[in-house]
Design a protein around this ligand. Structure first.
Ligand SMILES: NC(=O)c1ccc[n+]([C@@H]2O[C@H](COP(=O)([O-])OP(=O)(O)OC[C@H]3O[C@@H](n4cnc5c(N)ncnc54)[C@H](OP(=O)(O)O)[C@@H]3O)[C@@H](O)[C@H]2O)c1
Length: 238
């Protein structure tokens, strides 16, 4: 039996918006318990309300992923997690819209890299004890190319991709699934802040459904759309 096909106890960071909120909704069904994190209590509560309406049990945590101690206090006591999605992240574009407070390159690394580590670390020890569980790390197709418009963002996502790939190698024999997610452009408040053309942009609901299908098969790398993924791999050669 595939232990990854039907996770029931699921934790998602950055669930108050965009892809994280869409992921919460695809996993929202009777019998499932969702643990949702974010900084904005009101947006988080709205997502939780939809999740409960779909029949799932849900709790929320207002927490900053950069705060290692608070992340440990939230995640470590939840001992039977089937799936953890380290999704929370920021880009520098969000700063331009004033969507988030003061964001500098250091904040991009703190959120996108340290925030992922702070999510994975308190979950993985229980998974080792149980010999099961699954962790998904949110990288990006931007991890394959150092775009001059977003050096910190691309570097942070490359770090997450390498971290996830190494974790997979280290944990496969332990029975733990690790996947790295590399989306192209997805409609969300993050991309709403972009003023440039975003080829093959897709809706967050479509992206979330695709991610769910691939996680159920414990795919090492969930990269989409494939055409842009292959283009990025070729570009990365130059
Ligand atoms: N949209 C895309 O095209 C795209 C493409 C590739 C990868 N990604 C990645 O996908 C993830 C989700 O992005 P999105 O497009 O859905 O963006 P979004 O709508 O801006 O959502 C970002 C989420 O991360 C949370 N977050 C940000 N900083 C946080 C912090 N310090 N502590 C806790 N939560 C924090 C936000 O919560 P609050 O608002 O409540 O603080 C929000 O729920 C990010 O890692 C992003 O880099 C996005």
């Amino acid at each position: 039996m595939n232990q990854f096909a039907n996770p029931q106890n699921i934790l998602i960071t950055g669930a108050s918006s965009g892809i994280g909120a869409a992921l919460a909704l695809v996993y929202a069904k009777p019998g499932n318990k969702l643990h949702l994190g974010g900084r904005d209590a009101s947006r988080l509560d709205t997502v939780a309300e939809y999740v409960r309406k779909s029949g799932a049990d849900c709790d929320t945590k207002v927490v900053n992923v950069t705060d290692r101690e608070s992340m440990h206090d939230w995640i470590h006591p939840i001992s039977e997690l089937d799936l953890v999605i380290a999704n929370a992240g920021i880009s520098v574009s969000t700063r331009k819209q004033g969507y988030a407070v003061e964001i500098a390159d250091a904040d991009v690394f703190a959120t996108n890299v340290n925030g992922v580590v702070n999510t994975v670390a308190p979950a993985i020890s229980h998974m080792h004890e149980r010999g099961q569980g699954q962790i998904a790390l949110m990288s990006s197709l931007a991890s394959f190319r150092a775009f001059r418009e977003a050096p910190a963002y691309c570097a942070s996502k490359a770090a997450v991709r390498f971290y996830g790939t190494g974790l997979r190698r280290a944990n496969t024999d332990e029975g733990i699934g690790i996947s790295v997610i590399c989306p192209g452009f997805v409609r969300s408040p993050m991309t709403d802040a972009n003023t440039f053309k975003m080829p093959m942009i897709m809706d967050a609901e479509v992206a979330a459904a695709l991610i769910q299908r691939k996680l159920a098969r414990n795919r090492p790398m969930i990269a989409f759309p494939l055409r842009i993924y292959f283009a990025m791999r070729i570009l990365a050669l130059f």
